[in-house]
Design a protein. Structure first.
Lengths: 607, 249
């Protein structure tokens, strides 16, 4: 017996294995980390904004802007100033307005119309501004061109000081009875009949007959007496109002009924006063206001994206005018004009303009997506292995159990006498379970759990606490792996001589205790290699979770290809990420196997 | 061995029919009195191991009664786990727990069944291991021991539970001849301490030396039983033939 030397040898072996694990983890990181470093280097160096300053030379207050084309616009401001550009704001030319009154609003709707103080109204006819002012009119603060065919066939509404609302029918101006005397700051018509006007102290007026009669509409209570500065009657199913202290209202109700009667406050996330809103589509809304406020919402006001431009100045932005959802202008005091053709987003961040022809640039930008996927994968396999192992141990014990209910049926025995049929419900359950899960495709199990169970009312989100795809992925992987682990662990249990159970029982341990302290510790040691295979299979199978929309590595890979079209690079990286998981895992298991090896148990136990 | 004392083990009309229909034990009855050593001999397949396994219910008897003192072992109302811890069992193939070191093999029952603390269990285990002369091997795995050493650890494991009776199922038949001696020495030292035992064995000489009462079984039945003298003076032809075969071998 040279047992001391054997023990020494074994402990050295363990240390060497430990080293292998450390090296393998190191290798994994070697694969992953450089990609991560390059990310910080590249992203830190570029930081530009989506809005470019294209101010006019006069440092006057500009009040309104109208985009005429993708590169041309009109801007109006104090002292009757009108500026025109047809070069996206690179060059501005001042146009002759023939007025020195402050111009408060310019709008384009087939024809360009500017309006301002003391009833000033100017039509731009053949690039010349023609005076169509309202005699005895008060200051005009907003206009709405509801219809334009020709100069003589057009409908324009104005709103202004003292609650005045005027209508132009192609020939002359008539005042409409608004029924209020407080200032009206905004007016907008959906068609020739439906219109909304807003004003001081939370005032909202509505008409359905082309302005012949106006009736007040209730603002939500929390608006209080905040001034409402702008209104956008976007579509038959949607209108927006905004004003002081970031107040933002959205019409409620959907189609079918007339809108504009019921308003709901939405959180714009700002306290600055909103001066102007512009809808470039039904849910895409541009907002400008005091203190450099630029907001964009693409979901009808549910979420707001704060935008900025490179400047230290505090500018009150008074007007927004967009040509489409991506190109447009903002104006404010100090002659400020801002222009974007990238939806106000930093062009380097906008995926539409990125060309991925440099590998390092590609990995740099896509690395975070892959790491997100890696984390998601590791998360589900961690839980799935735990669930699978628990199921495996439990059902393996069920499958090897000797328990029997005697059924009241007697069968004749060979040597004479009768024996009753024994029936083991545990064994039956475990057999059914493994048969079902091992004889159906894993992909279909994923689909069944994720899309099937929800229809019969199984709540996998646990009252909304978890992402459903996340729980589905864990369940599908865990339950499926549980079936395979059951068979693996059962084979381990059956490899242990029956005498071990007898020995355990003979010293007074119960069946379960004998399992727990005698059989399982030996059985699990024997099955570590096949169990390790199963774990690695589980990791690889986790890629099927992409089919139910769970954002693990494979799905992230598909996403990256959707952005970059770089299939070779993407799948190479995804493969490397999977390799780093499984390589580490298999080495940990190898280490565990050596670590737990005991002499005399199984072949090769002595080395 | 006095007849006034009540028996530790009583076996009454024991019958065992295996599920395959094999009638292994037919109407076997005997008593084991305190400090008595009962030795069961017989050829392979004679049912002697089955009898032994029935005594601590590793095999459920088909018919008959088995009593440990005044408790009927094979009754549904008996907690069999509690009874088993009172009956030590030593197996032909040792059945040490391969994944546990020698000391832990001995303490497992003490900590899990008796609920002793680790320290108390360790103390008891070291005492019983010293009795079987295995004190120097407490920290090795069974896989690193010779057969004789394994069997002595197995004896210590049973002994640690302080059983009322110990059952030996052919304790030396899996051992090389040169290792048999040390195991028999350990059993003899237990006999000297007055341990009650039932031994199933092929070692006729050993049976004669330690046995107080010899039972010879053949084809599931008790053919002959008596004091050790019967080995030298067998009454039945079957026993004579059996002894003849043993001596030839």
């Amino acid at each position: 017996m040279s047992s001391p030397s054997i023990i020494e040898d074994a402990s050295q072996r363990v240390d060497r294995t430990k080293l292998v694990v450390i090296i393998s983890i190191f290798v994994s990181f070697l694969i992953l980390i450089p990609l991560g470093f390059s990310q910080e280097l590249a992203l830190g160096s570029e930081d530009t904004n989506g809005w470019v300053i294209v101010s006019v030379s006069d440092r006057v207050s500009l009040n309104s802007v109208a985009a005429l084309d993708y590169d041309s616009a009109l801007v109006v401001g104090e002292g009757g100033r009108i500026f025109y550009t047809n070069s996206s704001g690179s060059n501005w030319t001042q146009e002759l307005s023939g007025s020195t009154n402050d111009l408060n609003i310019v709008e384009f709707g087939g024809i360009s119309i500017a309006a301002g103080d003391s009833g000033t109204v100017l039509f731009r006819e053949e690039r010349v501004w023609v005076d169509h002012s309202i005699e005895s009119g008060n200051n005009i603060l907003d206009i709405s061109i509801s219809n334009y065919d020709t100069l003589s066939q057009m409908t324009v509404f104005t709103a202004g000081r003292g609650g005045e609302i005027w209508k132009y029918n192609g020939t002359n101006w008539t005042q409409l009875p608004s029924g209020v005397s407080s200032d009206l700051y905004g007016i907008d018509f959906l068609d020739q009949n439906q219109g909304i006007a807003v004003g001081a102290g939370g005032l909202i007026l509505g008409t359905e007959d082309g302005g012949i009669s106006w009736a007040p509409r209730d603002a939500p209570e929390d608006v209080g007496d905040s001034n409402l500065y702008c209104v956008d009657f976007t579509s038959p199913i949607r209108a927006f109002i905004a004003g002081e202290k970031g107040t933002f209202l959205r019409s409620s109700g959907t189609s079918g009924s007339l809108i504009g009667y019921d308003w709901i406050t939405w959180d714009s996330g700002t306290n600055s006063t909103i001066r102007s809103i512009y809808s470039s589509s039904i849910n895409k809304l541009w907002i400008a206001g005091d203190d450099n406020l630029i907001l964009l919402t693409k979901d009808g006001g549910a979420t707001f994206n704060n935008q900025s431009y490179p400047s230290d100045l505090s500018v009150d932005l008074a007007g927004v005018g967009m040509y489409d959802g991506f190109k447009g202008f903002l104006v404010g005091n100090e002659g400020t004009v801002l222009y974007t053709n990238t939806e106000g987003v930093d062009p380097t961040l906008a995926p539409t303009v990125q060309i991925y022809d440099d590998f390092w640039e590609f990995t740099t930008l896509m690395y975070p997506l892959l790491v997100t996927g890696l984390k998601a994968t590791v998360k589900i396999i961690g839980y799935a292995i735990t669930i699978g192992f628990s199921i495996g141990v439990t059902l393996a014990i069920f499958k090897t159990s000797q328990f029997g209910l005697r059924l009241p049926i007697l069968l004749p025995m060979e040597g004479g006498g009768w024996s009753s049929i024994k029936f083991n419900p545990f064994k039956l359950f475990a057999t059914l379970y493994t048969d079902v899960f091992r004889n159906t495709p894993l992909l279909v199990q994923f689909l069944f759990i994720h899309f099937g169970l929800v229809e019969i009312g199984v709540d996998l989100t646990f009252d909304g606490n978890f992402h459903r795809a996340y729980v589905s992925a864990i369940m599908a992987l865990g339950l499926n792996s549980g079936a395979y682990q059951t068979e693996i662990i059962r084979s381990g249990i059956q490899a242990i001589p029956s005498g071990q159970m007898e020995a355990g029982r003979s010293i007074g341990l119960t069946y379960i205790q004998s399992m727990r302290f005698v059989i399982l510790p030996q059985a699990i040691r024997i099955v570590i290699p096949p169990l390790g295979n199963e774990f690695i299979n589980l990791v690889l199978n986790s890629s099927l979770a992409s089919a139910i929309g769970y954002s693990e590595l494979t799905r992230q890979g598909k996403l990256i290809i959707g952005i970059t079209f770089r299939t070779f690079w993407t799948w190479s990286l995804v493969l490397m990420f999977y390799f780093s998981i499984t390589y580490t895992l298999s080495n940990i298991l190898k280490y565990l196997e050596k670590r737990l090896k005991v002499p005399g148990l199984g072949l090769g136990g002595e080395d | 061995m006095t007849d006034e004392e009540s028996p530790v083990i009583q076996v009454k009309n024991l019958e065992k029919i295996y599920s395959g229909g094999v009638h292994a034990v037919k109407d076997v009855s005997f008593d084991v009195f305190p400090k008595q050593v009962v030795v069961i001999i017989g050829s392979s397949g004679s049912g002697k191991s089955t009898v032994l396994r029935c005594i601590n219910c590793l095999i459920e008897p088909t018919e008959g009664e088995i009593h440990l003192e005044d408790v009927q072992i094979n009754s549904p109302s008996t907690d069999i786990n509690e009874i088993r811890s009172e009956i030590g069992m030593v197996f032909q193939s040792f059945e040490l727990f391969m994944h546990l070191k020698v000391l832990d093999n001995v303490t497992l029952g003490l900590t899990k069944v008796r609920g002793y603390s680790k320290e108390k269990a360790d103390g008891i285990a070291r005492v019983v291991l010293a009795k079987v002369d295995m004190s120097d091997k407490v920290d090795v795995y069974p896989g690193q021991l010779s057969g004789g050493q394994k069997q002595r650890v197995a004896i210590a494991r049973s002994l640690a539970m302080n059983p009322k009776v110990m059952l030996f199922d052919e304790p030396t038949s899996a051992l090389d001849p040169e290792l048999v001696g040390s195991v028999l020495e350990s059993i003899k030292s237990l006999v000297a301490e007055g341990m009650t035992m039932v031994i199933v064995t092929h070692e006729i000489g050993f049976a004669k030396e330690v046995g107080d009462w010899i039972i010879y079984m053949d084809e599931g039945q008790v053919v002959e039983s008596g004091t050790p003298d019967m080995i030298t003076n067998p009454k039945t032809e079957r026993m004579k033939k059996f002894l003849g075969q043993i001596l030839e071998a």
